[in-house]
Design a protein around this ligand. Structure first.
Ligand code: FE2
Length: 197
């Protein structure tokens, strides 16, 4: 006997939790720069390499059903090895690194993927405390809600004390922002909600 097609509602387990949002902070790049490619360890026209431990971050931009989002605009920005942003408002006395690109602007591929080579950012002081190493992300695509967030490094002792990270409850959702790097390689997927209305 033929069985008619059923409209199946996806099981809850198949729904990906949207990436939790975080403040963009005061250090989003304030002026354009020539070199915004996926290699933050070198600046176009300079022969030197950025100071710090090289890391690779890659992942996919997905919708809540796990489908890849192609062509998403991805901004990635971060402090250098010493926790200093190349930003006029950063009064951290730590040195600048002229060979560190600090900012990348990318597009996700047909399978939703992106990848960057960068260095592990340093912690930095903020309002009498220390922000753990983190990388800022801003991801946008027409039809989806723009997501601004921060990615953290699993095992960093500063994570547990950071008020911005620990604002996210429950822990299972908070942990979506905490990446377990193995041999300098980390995977960070971002899930965007469909824009309503
Ligand atoms: Fe930051």
């Amino acid at each position: 006997m033929a069985v008619g097609k059923l409209m199946v509602t996806p099981a809850i387990a198949d729904i990906h939790h949207p990436t939790p949002e975080q403040t963009s902070g005061p250090f989003f790049p304030e002026h354009n720069q020539l070199d915004k490619d996926a290699d933050l360890t070198r600046v176009q026209g300079r022969s030197g390499k950025a100071e710090g431990d090289v890391i690779f971050v890659s992942g996919k931009i997905l919708d809540v059903f796990g489908n890849p989002i192609e062509g998403a605009a991805i901004d990635i920005w971060q402090a250098n090895k010493w926790g200093r942003y190349d930003h006029v408002d950063d009064d951290n006395p730590a040195p600048l690194d002229p060979n560190f690109q600090g900012w990348a602007r990318l597009r996700s591929g047909a399978d939703g993927s992106y990848s960057v080579m960068t260095i592990k950012p340093g912690a930095y002081p903020q309002e009498g405390d220390w922000r753990p190493p983190h990388i800022h992300f801003r991801v946008g695509r027409r039809g989806f809600r723009q997501t601004i967030t921060q990615m953290y490094f699993k095992g960093d002792p500063l994570n547990d004390k950071d008020s911005i990270l620990n604002d996210i409850e429950p822990k299972a959702v908070r942990d979506l922002l905490v990446v377990d790097f193995k041999a300098g390689i980390g995977k960070f997927d971002l899930v965007l909600e469909t824009r309503r209305g």
